[in-house]
Design a protein around this ligand. Structure first.
Ligand SMILES: Nc1ncnc2c1ncn2[C@@H]1O[C@H](COP(=O)(O)OP(=O)(O)O)[C@@H](O)[C@H]1O
Ligand SMILES: [Mg+2]
Length: 202
């Protein structure tokens, strides 16, 4: 039987680029610290951290165990050196929603809020919650992914800023609900550089 460790050992990265991967895996997402593959014939994904972020797997697994929740977060099935096996979420990120023109409703935003409040109730400090770390499932449910920074002590305003942008810009009836990827990318880049700010207090 092929184990997760066998699969991970058959993946080759060059920095953040995936050079080769076994046939049992289908790349479905990439972030700043890992690549995510769907496992053939299983409702599971393999999240493999890039070599320099290897150590984050253990941290993220511990946070998922602490959250111990599959209403707001994906289930964690297994964790090993540099990888996690998580529940496959059949859906799209909020980032995809903007580009594909799928409306982000107030209820979806409230679901994220509930997920983050739940994490806070567990003594965690939800951080790095941005458009690519929240997903809308085909069932209409919402999940928060990528919890690796939920233990950092530094305050992260990403979600609060997104909420402000949502309430003040997106909810305006004249604001288009489908936005070209290059526009979204440009706004993200300018936000990261601090050139545009969404939080009124700043
Ligand atoms: N459990 C999952 N089911 C489906 N897609 C996922 C899942 N986890 C991650 N993804 C996809 O992979 C991308 C990268 O995963 P993420 O955990 O955010 O990695 P990183 O920590 O590098 O940002 C996500 O933005 C999402 O598109
Ligand atoms: Mg991410």
């Amino acid at each position: 039987m092929i184990t997760a460790v066998d699969l991970v050992n058959d993946i080759r990265f060059e920095g953040e680029s995936i050079v080769t991967y076994p046939d049992e895996l289908h790349p479905i997402g990439k972030g700043r610290s890992a690549a995510v593959f769907k496992l053939s014939m299983e409702n599971k994904v393999l999240k493999v951290f890039y070599p320099e972020f290897h150590h984050l797997a253990e941290q993220e697994a511990a946070i998922y165990q602490e959250l111990d929740n599959d209403v707001y977060y994906p289930k964690l099935y297994e964790a090993g050196k540099g990888y996690l096996i998580l529940e496959y979420l059949d859906g799209v990120t909020f980032y995809d929603c903007l580009i594909e023109g799928i409306e982000i409703t107030k209820e979806m935003v409230q679901n994220v809020e509930d997920a983050l409040n739940y994490a806070k109730s567990k003594g965690l400090n939800p951080s790095d919650t941005h458009l690519q770390n929240v997903m809308l499932l085909k069932t209409g449910e919402v999940r928060v992914i990528d919890v690796v920074r939920f233990r950092q002590t530094k305050e992260c305003s990403h979600w609060e800023d997104l909420k402000t942008a949502y309430q003040t810009i997106y909810c305006n009836p004249y604001f288009p609900k489908k936005i070209p990827a290059w526009v979204v990318e440009t706004v993200i880049r300018l936000y990261r550089k601090g050139i545009i700010k969404f939080n009124k207090e700043k």
